[in-house]
Design a protein. Structure first.
Length: 128
């Protein structure tokens, strides 16, 4: 082979290598964004369920116009608060309930949603 052909082969290998590295980085970023969206959706679903708990009479297993006593099980999630997307905690008091979702894939990343009887605050993202 001539020098020119060897140069073209080396150049082709370098370009393919760079393309593979860029593809892997883009895939990782998209996976993190998908997890962020999934944790946010889980928190919003739990927030909607918390509002239902607030409005449901105590005789029927609800809060009777209070978030007190609200648990993850009341909101339709397993008692350990985990799923494939992350880990969730609920902190209720009389007129407010805070739901925190911690990502399973992004270390230290959280989504916090605060629910009140009249609505909920926008999600607060930390560590993303």
């Amino acid at each position: 082979m001539g020098t020119q052909q060897l140069l073209l082969i080396v150049l082709g290998v370098i370009i393919v290598g760079i393309a593979v590295v860029v593809g892997i980085n883009i895939f990782g970023t998209n996976a993190d964004n998908a997890n962020k969206d999934a944790v946010t959706q889980d928190c919003l679903r739990l927030a909607a369920a918390a509002q239902g708990f607030y409005r449901k009479p105590a005789l029927l297993g609800g809060g009777g116009n209070s978030f007190n006593g609200c648990t993850l099980e009341d909101l339709g999630m397993a008692a350990d608060g985990t799923n494939i997307n992350g880990t969730y905690t609920v902190t209720p008091n009389d007129q407010e309930c805070t739901i925190v979702g911690t990502s399973a894939t992004v270390s230290g990343a959280t989504v916090t949603v605060t629910v009140r009887p009249d609505g909920m605050d926008d999600p607060v993202f930390a560590g993303w």
